[in-house]
Design a protein. Structure first.
Length: 190
């Protein structure tokens, strides 16, 4: 059927056969492959899915406010200047592990070293970022244009590139605690 004086598009459905070659059987799904028939199997699936999603969202929220509420007994016993210092994420020699946790949260790495002088804990806080590493060819985009002069459709191929990023990890802060108190703080300065 011609529309607006244009010949029918050869790429539209119906112009090509979809039957498989005679020598090949139709592909069948794997024996144990799950098949979605559009019907939910249990009425509990939606509430359970919502509850799991909400729990995951709330579990990842570690802010200064949530940490200071978690350690409210310790935080409320501090003077105002120490509370403000912790809110800024600043540590001092002699701070306890609870104060480090309130200021910076859970460390990315923890190590312990025991010597005759006592136990030394090291908490490491990292920063995670992505670095652009260039782009690579990832395929072609096809588009069809009707050429009025030749009265035919022309298929053009355009290369498509995908940007590549590399995951990077840099150590931001290293806190050493000797016998439960901060003995050294090492920070990366930029």
């Amino acid at each position: 059927m011609q529309v607006g004086g244009l010949p029918p598009n050869p790429l539209q459905a119906g112009h090509f056969t979809t039957a498989p070659p005679k020598n090949r059987p139709l592909a069948k799904p794997a024996r144990h492959a799950p098949v979605y028939d559009g019907i939910m199997k249990s009425p509990l699936q939606v509430p359970v899915l919502l509850a799991v999603t909400a729990a995951l969202l709330l579990a990842g929220c570690s802010t200064f406010e949530s940490r200071s509420k978690e350690k409210a007994a310790v935080f409320n016993s501090l003077d105002t200047s120490t509370q403000q210092r912790l809110k800024k994420g600043e540590l001092s020699i002699g701070d306890t592990a609870d104060l480090v946790y309130i200021a910076l949260g859970n460390p990315d790495e923890r190590t312990a070293r025991t010597t005759p002088d006592g136990e030394t804990m090291t908490w490491v806080y990292n920063v995670y970022w992505q670095e652009y590493a260039g782009s690579v060819p990832s395929g072609y985009r096809r588009f069809v244009v009707y050429d009025k002069a030749s009265k035919r459709y022309i298929v053009y191929y355009e290369p498509v590139r995908t940007d590549i990023y590399q995951q990077r990890v840099d150590e931001r802060i290293r806190v050493e605690m000797k016998n439960g108190r901060v003995s050294a703080v090492e920070e990366t300065k930029t």
